[in-house]
Design a protein around this ligand. Structure first.
Ligand code: MN3
Length: 223
């Protein structure tokens, strides 16, 4: 069954190869984040949820050729200025497209990366300690009502802050956060954890720390 889903998804991706926005390829296999993120969740999340946002975003771009050739970030920043229907699609499908590509990039198999001394220093400078940072991030993830995302953002002055967004909003579509660059995010939609963790969002959030790609986070923080 899993093989069939992967095969069908691969065909769909092949057919979409002419589209402007494409799902980022994963740097690990669907099962590599086990046991913290299970492979069935990864398969459904990547080949169904993320694929659908991507497909619908491309359909919106096809229907609105004036939006062609913008980067996804420029498109998200522009969302507020678009007509309501296009704005909704850009926020939901464009946000879903970007947020997931970003999420896949900051994940890695457990034990494959660690927080470097430089990254630790950066976190300590903003939160006092790694532990305080994790507590604040977990609190934001737990208190996000309904569906959404939690973010670690580097602001223009270099300070790191934690914030959360509803639905598929991103730091680029939320005006108060537009000045920041995301360097880490976590999907707290139920589809991201329900198969394994059911209603225990807190357990999923704790498990997430095991599969963070700290090399990528540091790269984003120092770009
Ligand atoms: Mn998701």
């Amino acid at each position: 069954m899993k093989k069939l889903i992967v095969l069908l998804a691969s065909l769909a991706i092949l057919m979409e190869s002419q589209a402007q926005f494409k799902q980022a390829s994963l740097h690990y296999s669907f099962s590599d984040l086990e046991p913290y993120i299970d492979s069935t969740t990864m398969i459904i999340h990547y080949t169904q949820h993320h694929a659908t946002y991507t497909k619908r975003l491309n359909e919106t771009i096809e229907k609105n050729p004036e939006l062609k050739n913008l980067t996804i970030i420029d498109l998200l920043k522009l969302a507020d200025k678009l007509t309501q229907e296009v704005q909704l699609s850009v926020k939901n499908n464009g946000g879903g497209y970007f947020n997931h590509n970003f999420f896949w990039s900051i994940l890695a198999p457990a034990g494959s990366t660690t927080i470097s001394p430089a990254m630790s220093k950066m976190i300590e400078n903003s939160f006092g300690s790694i532990e305080n940072f994790k507590t604040e991030f977990e609190k934001a993830a737990m208190s996000r009502f309904g569906s959404g995302w939690v973010w670690l953002i580097k602001t223009k002055n270099g300070k790191l802050i934690v914030t959360s967004t509803a639905n598929q909003d991103s730091p680029f579509t939320i005006s108060k956060n537009k000045l920041g660059t995301p360097i880490l995010n976590l999907d707290v939609w139920e589809h991201a954890y329900y198969l394994k963790y059911q209603s225990k969002r807190a357990s999923y959030i704790k498990a997430f720390w095991n599969v963070v790609n700290w090399n990528e986070v540091e790269k984003l923080a120092t770009e």
